[in-house]
Design a protein around this ligand. Structure first.
Ligand code: G3P
Ligand code: MG
Length: 288
């Protein structure tokens, strides 16, 4: 597996005036559309400011807006199919009710995951992971976030194994990065595949006071993901010193995008990937 996080950056001490890219940091995942700026524009749940989150129309729009990666939330249906939906229940983003895990794929496919957002999106279905990968292959990298409630001790046949099987089917192993707030998901994934790109999504309770470097090393991950608020100057310094790629969520305001970029993140999750792309392109132009 890549060991970029063990390398001490040469440019220590100047954090704040530089970003991760200027440290020649290796990206933890391959991009189909790399513009070689070393930064990843990520459509959070697709272009979810403009379309219902985690639907095909939102993912396609993110791609068309120039995002280099889409982020999706993954859980399992009752019959064990990897499904793309954020919440544990159907209530907020579909016309169904109750736990997602109580419904089979064919039952969930009957639901409307668009009307809650706007009448124009009526009838938009909940996608499967397979449908998203089929679209993304050759076009856009994918961050597969495994939802905590879907994770079990059954690492051989659980959500991680099922998702990995699909990624391998579409030969996208280098173009996806897994992540989870449930650290067990990362452990399960590593038992299945030591090379598949993975990121730890910071969760205080499971971190037991460990810092970024310790966590990244302990879980053998290629990147560290956290919220915009959590990514302090102290953490930025530690990530920079140890060459750890950091991705922050969810940043939709221009001023905050600029701040995070200056702080050295390798990528930003945004519901507005079009705005993020414009901001980042301009930041680069002004630095040249
Ligand atoms: O993976 C980044 C971000 O999506 C994590 O939070 O709740 O939006 O899935 P959430
Ligand atoms: Mg997510």
């Amino acid at each position: 597996m890549k060991s970029c996080f063990f390398v001490i950056a040469l440019c220590m001490g100047s954090i704040g005036s530089m970003n991760a890219q200027s440290l020649n940091m290796e990206l933890p995942v391959k991009l189909y559309s790399d513009n070689e700026d070393g930064f990843i524009v990520i459509g959070h749940r697709g272009a979810s400011a403009y379309h219902p989150e985690n639907t095909m129309i939102a993912f396609k729009a993110a791609y068309e807006m120039g995002a280099e990666m889409i982020e999706l939330d993954l859980t399992l249906s009752k019959d064990g199919v990897p499904l793309v939906i954020h919440d544990e229940t159907l209530d907020r983003t579909t016309n169904g009710t109750g736990n997602v895990s109580d419904y089979t794929l064919s039952e969930i496919k009957e639901l409307d995951a668009g009307s809650w957002f706007s009448s124009e999106h009526e009838g938009e279905p909940v996608p499967t992971l397979e449908e998203v990968l089929k679209f993304a292959k050759g076009k856009i990298a994918v961050n597969i976030e495994i939802k905590p409630e879907a994770v079990t001790e059954n690492w051989k046949n659980g959500i991680e194994a099922k998702a990995l099987e699909q990624v391998k089917k579409y030969e996208m192993e280098e173009y996806v990065i897994f992540s989870s707030f449930n650290y067990r998901a990362i452990e399960n994934l590593r038992k299945l595949d030591v090379d598949i790109p993975a990121a730890l999504l910071y969760e205080k309770g499971q971190s037991e006071g460990r810092g970024i470097t310790e966590l990244v090393t302990d879980y053998q991950v290629n990147a560290f993901n956290c919220s915009r608020r959590q990514f302090s100057k102290k953490w930025a310094e530690e990530a920079s010193e140890n060459d750890i790629p950091v991705f922050v969520y969810t940043v939709n305001r221009e001023s905050r995008m600029k701040k995070m970029f200056e702080r050295g993140v390798t990528g930003i999750f945004s519901d507005k990937p079009d705005l993020l792309k414009t901001v980042v392109d301009n930041m680069w132009k002004s630095k040249r």
